[in-house]
Every structure is written in structure tokens, then in C-alpha cells.
Design a binder for this molecule. Structure first.
Ligand code: B4P
Length: 191
């Protein structure tokens, strides 16, 4: 089993690259952002609570997203590996993920961290906000808050995996294809 974390700030290309990676490597895509947005679309009580938090650019509580990931892992016993996109986002989520994977006698193979400048992130997300229905992409203050939360709570998750020698930082600017090639090269070296 090969498990990969695609890491980086909001707008760094995690969702974009994940789509291409699951097509190429046949991994099961687990995006906590997508799971939360699906709860919002279905208007569940979890979704309604999450929406208020997401619209402010804050993180949904750890126990909620850990619970979602735990269920998703159990729902796919046939998976030949998982691609975690937007998770873990806090040290507590990282520790919980390690424990969940240990129960399945597997672990994270590598964390690939995309590096993109703040101005480029804001530009990309505002552009997406013009066409998507995502309310967290339309307000620049909310976008900057998401980036600030990334620096205060999420960036340290890379240090957690660095301690195990599992992090590779990649340039996240360039064309989608160029970045996909960089990522694929790192994965191919580990398969
Ligand atoms: P997510 O759904 O994870 O979304 P994101 O980080 O904002 O975006 P992503 O990084 O996937 O977007 P992409 O670059 O692909 O999170 C949304 C919210 O959900 C969070 O703020 C939080 O509230 C909550 N949440 C999610 N997970 C959580 C967790 N684990 N714990 C707590 N809360 C959680 O795309 C951005 C744009 O850039 C696209 O329009 C794309 O076309 C463009 N783009 C991509 N690559 C490009 C390139 N190379 N050049 C130019 N443009 C590019």
C-alpha cells in the first residue's frame, strides 16, 4: 500500500494535482475539503456547522475531520493506497492519521509539499471565486485569513513528518503539467 499526503497552503494546487494523480496512480482520493463541501450540499447538521467556520477561513474542529477520515478509510478496504489532500492540517490530525494507518498495518510513504508565494495564492483563489460556487474564495480577507491559519496551525505539520524524513518540498509555481511531472517523479522514485 502506498499512501501520500499532498500538502501546501490554500490554492497551492492540491485539488488540481490530486485529480491527475488519482487517474495516473489509482490511489483513493481523500479530500477533507471535498468531504465537508459534500456535507454542506446535503445540508446535514455537520455541514451547516462546518460552513459557518469555513466561510470565516477557519479550520473545522479536529474531531470532526478525523472522524470523517476514519470512516472514509474503513469504507475503502480494497484501496491500493490513499492520497490525502488537505489533511492533516494540524499536529493533532497528523498524530491521529498515523494511529489510524497503524491499525491498518500501513503508514505514510511521503508528504509532497507545494510551495507557492502568497500573492500567487490570492490571485488563483480570487480567480476560482469568479467561477466556482465556493463562498470562501470570493472575499480577499477570508482568503488571507486561510493563508494566515495555514502559517499558524498547518505549516508545522510538515515538521512532524520531517522528523521521520518523509517530506519533499516542491516548487508549486509553473504550469499544471510541469508541477505534475515534478510530483510524479517523486512518487515514481518511491514505488
Ligand atoms: P480545501 O478544500 O482543502 O481547499 P484549499 O486548500 O483552499 O484549496 P486547494 O489547495 O485544494 O485548491 P487548488 O490549489 O487545487 O479547504 C477548504 C476549507 O475546508 C478550509 O479553509 C477549512 O475551513 C476546511 N477544511 C478542509 N480540510 C480541513 C481539515 N483537515 N481540518 C480543518 N478544516 C479543514 O486550486 C486553487 C486554484 O488554483 C484553482 O482554481 C486552480 O485552477 C488554480 N491552480 C492550480 N494549479 C495552478 C497552477 N499551476 N497555475 C495557476 N493556477 C493554478
Amino acid at each position: 500500500m502506498f499512501n501520500l499526503i499532498l500538502f501546501g497552503p490554500p490554492g497551492s494546487g492540491k485539488g488540481t494535482q490530486s485529480e491527475k494523480l488519482i487517474a495516473k496512480y489509482g490511489l483513493k482520493h481523500l479530500s477533507t475539503g471535498d468531504l465537508l463541501r459534500s456535507e454542506i450540499t446535503q445540508q446535514t447538521s455537520l455541514g451547516m456547522e462546518a460552513k459557518k467556520i469555513m466561510d470565516k477561513g477557519q479550520l473545522v474542529p479536529d474531531e470532526v475531520v478525523i472522524g470523517m477520515i476514519s470512516s472514509a478509510l474503513d469504507a475503502h478496504p480494497e484501496a491500493k493506497g490513499f492520497l490525502f489532500d488537505g489533511f492533516p492540517r494540524t499536529a493533532a490530525q497528523a498524530e491521529a492519521l498515523d494511529k489510524l494507518l497503524e491499525l491498518k498495518h500501513t503508514s505514510i510513504g511521503v508528504m509532497l509539499a507545494l510551495e507557492v508565494t502568497e500573492e500567487e495564492l490570492v490571485k488563483r483563489l480570487l480567480k476560482r471565486g469568479q467561477t466556482s460556487s465556493r463562498s470562501d474564495d470570493t472575499n480577499e480577507n477570508v482568503i488571507r485569513e486561510r493563508i494566515a491559519v495555514y502559517h499558524s496551525k498547518t505549516a508545522a505539520v510538515a515538521d512532524y513528518y520531517k522528523a521521520f524524513g518523509k517530506v519533499v518540498f516542491l516548487q508549486g509555481e509553473g504550469t499544471v503539467e510541469e508541477i505534475f511531472e515534478r510530483i510524479s517523479k517523486e512518487i515514481d522514485a518511491r514505488l
